[in-house]
Design a protein around this ligand. Structure first.
Ligand code: CUK
Ligand code: CUA
Length: 638
């Protein structure tokens, strides 16, 4: 496991000793020691340079895509108002939309599961995993900026990646990643387009994880996955040393990188942190693609797997030594660098993409790809950018955002003592994880707003019991100083957010009848010779009953239908209203059914009519003055 590059190159003065390291960990667990004082001038006296109030009736300038953490969903906010505009159900069940219960959503939630998961879930009496843990939501790119097609998000718990269609803001594909437990870091290929969805599997496991290896943790492995964002199939996997944390890609389509902790490959806290160096692993995409094409990969679970571990001495990876337990991995919008954030070390490490050509050619050593290492404060987790050469790093332990200049940090690393790279430190409330600035992960970074996603809110909001909300703070970064302008409470736990100029996202208002979301229901109706826009009728096919009905405010096409106990019933509702915002719902009392049918959409749900008697279905969206009357009866005879 040892390598000459492990301890080479970097000055030791920036590192924590092991005592301080454990103290830092204790601090993380205990929500920090207290509120850090402002260093380098408070901005509280400064005024925001931009209007941050969005008046009633006015629209926001940016979309914000928030991961929903342990809720398994996504949230869409307007920036700068911080108004929550909608939620997108992903890995969770959702009563407003029927996600996780309708036939359309269940197909998406089940078809991409690995065979072993399907078999396991069946034994548990479940069709799919019922929780998710979303961390990183990223919209697709073309030529280094957002193209409005898709958004991808990970499920850390069950190693899934979901794709959201941004035209309807609904998930259309979910893929479970083989050989991985806990897909954590997720970022996208930026050039020429997405392209790859890079997925870090965080936890090392035996591969295959079939019970033959259990406690012998030196035999565990970790994979880096490239998912094809178009087909949602795994393109390739590369075995790596250590545990992968976060990832990012360059702006040229040549390389990607991942922060990697636990280089000792231990399984206890002490084992994982007992070295002073971990790595930023860099991936040579062209070399990997060539090897896959030439059939050099081993096929496992139908996926080509290459060995990029250090011992394999491949040309797929290089391991650049950085201080222990790095966390965030962030590419600068000028396309030149990426930053590995120290977490346990008070530093950020700047690595130059262009140097990777020489590194893979064997012309320079790993540590020579490092062009800067700046001490920024305690607990640096994630960095974002303003497109004007400045970086903004969250300091988890100091509860601050530190603004620093990239060029000055590089000069200082070269020995220039005249530069002062740190521009400002701003208190946030409290313990920030991710931050992100407007368009910061594109070549169009515009440096207007920054959000700091703070894990703790303690005294900032009315007390809601022991579990407090997170505090997402809006900061004006358009001027020389950062100015905190707004607190926004959030339910657990928006790890990460992406801020996108509104003109790049163009959702539709009304479904097109040929939308693939309900293509199966349309095909089924065609077989039954049912015209979904005009017909409401019941078709019996042995013990299977298909109930087709239209919905138009304030009426369902059927005011009642009759089935027999034990029938397998599929209800298909088509909303024939062609009016913006006129969504209907379909809820069945006593049967736990609920679904959304937006204008010109079809939705369907299948259940067994096991309860005899009279059950009402009703519209759950307040669609009309006679909305309460929009109902009907299902009669189930014994
Ligand atoms: S992670 Cu949560 S604060 Cu999952 Cu990107 Cu760093
Ligand atoms: Cu339709 Cu209420």
């Amino acid at each position: 496991m040892s390598s000459k590059t492990d301890d080479g190159g970097i000055s030791r003065r920036d590192l924590f000793g092991s005592t301080a390291k454990l103290a830092a960990l204790a601090g993380m667990a205990a929500a920090g020691g207290g509120i850090a004082s402002v260093v380098g001038g408070s901005a509280s006296a400064s005024e925001s340079k931009q209007a941050y109030e969005v008046q009633p009736g006015q629209l926001d300038e940016y979309y914000g895509f928030w991961s929903g953490g342990q809720t398994g969903e996504l949230r869409v906010l307007g920036i700068p108002s911080m108004r929550e505009l909608t939620r997108i159900p992903v890995f969770n069940r959702c009563g407003a939309t029927g996600w996780g219960r309708t036939n359309e959503s269940l197909k998406i939630l089940t078809e991409g599961l690995l065979p072993e998961s399907k078999a396991f879930l069946k034994k548990q009496g479940m069709l799919t995993f019922e929780n998710g843990d979303t961390h990183h939501a990223r919209p697709s790119y073309t030529n280094g900026t957002y193209d409005g097609r898709y958004l991808y998000v990970n499920d850390k718990t069950n190693a899934r990646v979901a794709r959201v269609r941004l035209d309807i803001m609904r998930v259309d594909k979910i893929t479970q990643i083989p050989h991985a437990l806990g897909v954590h870091g997720l970022r996208l290929q930026r050039y020429p387009k997405t392209g790859y969805v890079f997925c870090n599997s965080e936890f090392r496991t035996p591969i295959p994880n079939d019970g033959k290896i259990l406690d012998d943790y030196h035999k565990y492995k970790c994979v880096y996955t490239a998912l094809d964002g178009e087909t949602m199939k795994v393109a390739w996997q590369v075995l790596v040393d250590g545990n992968l944390d976060n990832t990012d890609a360059d702006y040229a389509g040549k390389y990607s990188a991942a922060t990697c902790y636990n280089s000792p490959e231990g399984v206890t806290l002490e084992q994982m942190t007992n070295k002073e160096r971990d790595w930023a692993v860099v991936f040579n995409l062209k070399a990997i693609e060539a090897a896959v094409q030439q059939g050099e990969a081993t096929m496992m679970s139908g996926v080509p797997v290459l060995d990029g571990r250090k011992a394999a001495r491949s040309n797929f990876t290089r391991y650049i030594p950085v201080p222990t337990s790095p966390h965030g991995c962030n590419a600068t919008p000028d396309g030149k660098y990426f930053v590995a954030n120290g977490k346990l070390s008070p530093t950020v490490t700047i690595i130059e993409w262009a140097k990777l050509d020489d590194l893979f050619a064997g012309k320079i050593k790993e540590e020579d790809a490092i062009v800067g290492q700046l001490e920024v404060g305690l607990g640096p987790l994630h960095t974002t950018f303003d497109g004007r050469g400045n970086a903004y790093t969250t300091l988890f332990l100091d509860s601050q955002i530190v603004k620093w200049n990239i060029d000055d940090a590089i000069k200082a690393y070269k020995g220039d003592k005249t530069v002062k790279p740190i521009r400002q430190k701003l208190d946030v409330q409290y313990q920030p994880g991710h931050n992100n600035a407007t368009m910061a992960e594109t070549h169009e970074a515009d440096g207007k707003w920054l959000v700091s996603l703070n894990k703790f809110s303690k005294d900032r909001f009315l007390n809601v019991g022991p579990m407090k909300p997170n505090n997402d703070q809006l900061i004006d970064i358009s001027g020389d100083e950062m100015v905190l302008v707004k607190d926004d409470s959030a339910f657990q736990e928006p790890h990460d957010a992406t801020l996108v100029r509104r003109t790049l996202i163009n959702p539709i208002e009304i479904y097109k009848r040929d939308d693939p979301m309900f293509a199966d229901a349309v095909a089924m109706a065609a077989k039954d010779k049912v015209d979904l826009l005009n017909d409401s009728k019941v078709i019996r096919d042995g013990r299977k009953v298909r109930v087709y009905m239209t919905s138009v405010a304030p009426k369902f096409g059927l005011s009642s239908f009759k089935v027999k106990k034990g029938d397998e019933v599929t209800v298909v509702v088509t909303n024939i209203d062609d009016v913006v915002n006129l969504t209907h719902g379909f809820n069945m009392t006593g049967y736990g059914l609920s679904m959304e049918i937006s204008p010109q959409a079809t939705a369907s749900v299948t259940f067994t009519a096991d309860r005899v008697g009279v059950y009402y279905y009703y519209c759950h969206q307040f669609c009309h003055a006679l909305h309460m009357e929009m109902q009907g009866r299902m009669l189930v005879e014994a």
